[in-house]
Design a protein around this ligand. Structure first.
Ligand SMILES: [Zn+2]
Ligand SMILES: [Zn+2]
Length: 272
């Protein structure tokens, strides 16, 4: 992919990539910066720079716009990654997290990566982003938000059966970040100027397997035969206590069977 040049608005400290002299001007739109690799050049030096854009510091994560071409028969984008993008990154930001800090992060990620790979989870959930990425053999996901946002993305990964091809990292925003704390990502992040370093750290990060499970709570009537012997009114209270204790014992027996058994059939029949 060639560089995509934007004229002017260079930072005051910008240096020309070709001649290494100061370039840009605060007085008018002068000289050029590439939208992707952020290289800055003088108008006169531009033709001397190699045409191919190296895509800059985040090239491992960035999906170049040329890779997201046309729409496939299922209505989603064809995603074929070029060799520079070895591990495309899908970013979900909860824009409501951390006292609306999320909005700031959303904007910054769109500047650093391809805006098409950055999604506001509050705007349609994680489904669309995951569908777009599901054609990549492997990809990484970064969720910026609290435990609720992470759980939402994990559930959607399960639904689409993508858990074998993606890894998920957490950038904790706001409160309620137990998972990020346990995994060593810290309890909260509010500095969006750190994002280039965070993306780099994420490229080097190791992975850990996590178990997920559901807890099902349901009400049930106590077995009828236990109530039969209790006919006298004064025995009612005692009888209820007995019923509860009996029920507790049976639940405890099932639990200990689940915990101590290594046979799947015993675990499954006890769980019923
Ligand atoms: Zn470039
Ligand atoms: Zn120059």
């Amino acid at each position: 992919m060639p560089h995509q040049w934007l004229e002017g608005n260079l930072s005051v400290s910008a240096k020309c990539t070709v001649c290494e002299k100061t370039c840009g001007s605060v007085l008018r739109l002068q000289d050029w910066q590439c939208l992707w690799c952020k290289a800055t050049v003088h108008s006169s030096c531009k033709d001397l720079l190699p045409k191919k854009c190296p895509l800059g510091q985040c090239k491992v994560s960035v999906i170049p716009p040329t890779a997201l071409n046309s729409i496939d028969s299922d209505g989603f984008w064809k995603a074929s990654c070029p060799p520079s993008c070895t591990s495309p990154l899908l970013v979900f930001v909860n824009s409501k997290s951390g006292d609306n800090q999320g909005v700031k992060f959303l904007r910054r990620f769109k500047q650093l990566l391809n805006p098409a790979q950055v999604f506001d989870i509050m705007n349609g959930g994680p489904h669309l982003g995951l569908r777009l990425f599901q054609k990549f053999d492997t990809f990484r996901i970064l969720v910026c938000g609290g435990d609720g946002s992470v759980g939402w993305v994990l559930s959607e990964i399960d639904t689409l059966n993508l858990h074998k091809q993606c890894q998920l990292g957490v950038l904790p925003l706001g409160t309620g970040n137990d998972l990020a704390r346990v995994l060593g990502w810290g309890s909260a992040c509010d500095d969006d100027t750190q994002l280039p370093q965070i993306l780099e750290k994420l490229e080097r990060a190791g992975t850990k397997m996590l178990d997920r499970w559901s807890i099902m709570v349901y009400e049930t009537k106590l077995p009828a035969q236990l109530t039969d012997p209790c006919t006298a009114p004064e025995a009612n209270e005692d009888c209820e206590v007995q019923q509860i204790l009996g029920y507790e014992d049976s639940v405890a027996a099932h639990l200990s069977q689940i915990l101590s058994s290594d046979q799947h059939s015993v675990v499954i029949s006890s769980a019923k």
